[in-house]
Design a protein around this ligand. Structure first.
Ligand code: ZN
Length: 361
């Protein structure tokens, strides 16, 4: 069930200007000490900070302060090179992300128009043109540093053509070039990509460390949102920034059981599916006599039937795959909440009109 919950597309993460996330530091020191190959695959749950880790690694490799003067080999954070990495303008660093994630990654996004000035939806894929441009970069001599670094995030966004264009250089990079591929779903990568990378798995942080960090970010009722995120602090922050308050989360099990939509009208369809999937997971845990994970605080999560909840989980996973489909969000909300009410033992749906007002998006 846990992996099933992670299969739901998570809400997008906040911009990555947090400095070095404290829970990444031990693993980062280890990687700087032990890293042998020229290509690293950093993966783990989505809201733990894979891209932050990849960038911190790149920053340390490119840092211009004497390594002996830097604790654990980490970047000094003060030299001109470190500053350029923070500004995403270091001549020896290429951060390659889908157009849709450029703002989130601190890169300047284009205006979303095509060659003829028509608006287009930013791509969620890493395109072959981006890889070709990066490979041209790899053929140039280093600008400031003896290293060059290419960070790709998320690596599962590489489409098949782009991935194939990358393979040869990933296997035999020109001198000094290093790759860091970061991702949330390594199983989605081509085996030929994975086999060329050293594997580094990031785990969710210790609860107390994550909680202290979220409180430092000014998050109210951080414990509730940390649970909501499945101990993924960046996810917790993203949920808050999408307007998901702790009170709404605490009231969600009862609202879903009653099929009431009022508190969730500002949510997106992927966010609602993610929340329902977590509720389904916790309901199954409670049914099996275990503790809820995502709704550990607040009113008790209702139990149900193992068979029905398992089938519901599978349907939600299918829904998550189609969540970006441009169907009516209002109809999707209504259908999802009617199903939730039926699964959680609330009043059976009649006529489809009891799921509350339709949200505007
Ligand atoms: Zn530095």
């Amino acid at each position: 069930m846990v992996s099933a919950v992670r299969a739901v597309r998570a809400p997008s993460l906040p911009p990555t200007r947090h400095g070095l996330l404290p829970w990444l530091r031990p693993e980062l020191s280890r990687a700087l000490r032990d890293q042998q190959g020229h290509a690293l695959l950093v993966h783990g749950p989505e809201g733990v900070g894979q891209m932050e880790f990849a960038l911190a690694l790149a920053q340390a490799w490119l840092c211009e302060t004497d390594a002996a003067a830097r604790p654990d080999g980490l970047a000094c954070g003060r030299c001109p090179s470190c500053h350029l990495v923070d500004e995403r303008s270091h001549p020896d660093l290429r951060l390659i992300v889908p157009d849709a994630l450029k703002a989130e990654a601190g890169l300047s996004a284009d205006d979303g128009s095509d060659d003829e000035g028509r608006k287009r939806k930013p791509s969620r894929e890493i395109r072959v043109e981006q890889i070709r441009a990066a490979l041209e970069f790899s053929a140039l001599t280093a600008g400031r540093s003896r290293h060059k670094v290419m960070v790709l995030h998320p690596a599962e966004a590489l489409n098949a053509v782009a991935a194939n264009a990358l393979l040869k250089t990933l296997e035999e990079p020109p001198g000094g070039l290093r790759f860091v591929l970061s991702c949330g779903a390594p199983e989605a990568l081509l085996p030929t990509i994975r086999s060329r990378c050293q594997d580094l798995r990031l785990r969710v942080p210790e609860r107390e460390v994550a909680l202290a960090w979220l409180q430092d970010q000014g998050l109210e009722q951080a414990a509730v949102l940390l649970d909501a995120s499945g101990l993924q602090p960046l996810q917790a922050l993203a949920l808050a920034r999408q307007g998901l308050g702790a009170d709404v989360w605490l009231g969600f099990p009862a609202a879903a059981r009653a099929g009431v939509l009022e508190a969730t009208t500002s949510w997106t369809v992927p966010l609602l599916i993610d929340a329902l999937h977590k509720l389904c997971h916790d309901s199954l845990m409670v049914t099996l006599g275990q503790s809820p994970r995502f709704f550990a605080h607040g009113a008790p999560v209702p139990a149900g039937s193992v068979g029905r909840l398992t089938a519901w989980s599978a349907r939600l996973r299918d829904r998550a795959r189609q969540a970006e489909h441009p169907w009516s969000a209002g109809l999707a909300f209504e259908a999802l909440m009617i199903e939730a009410r039926q699964q959680l033992g609330g009043v059976p749906a009649r006529g489809g009109g009891q799921a509350g007002p339709r949200p505007g998006r």
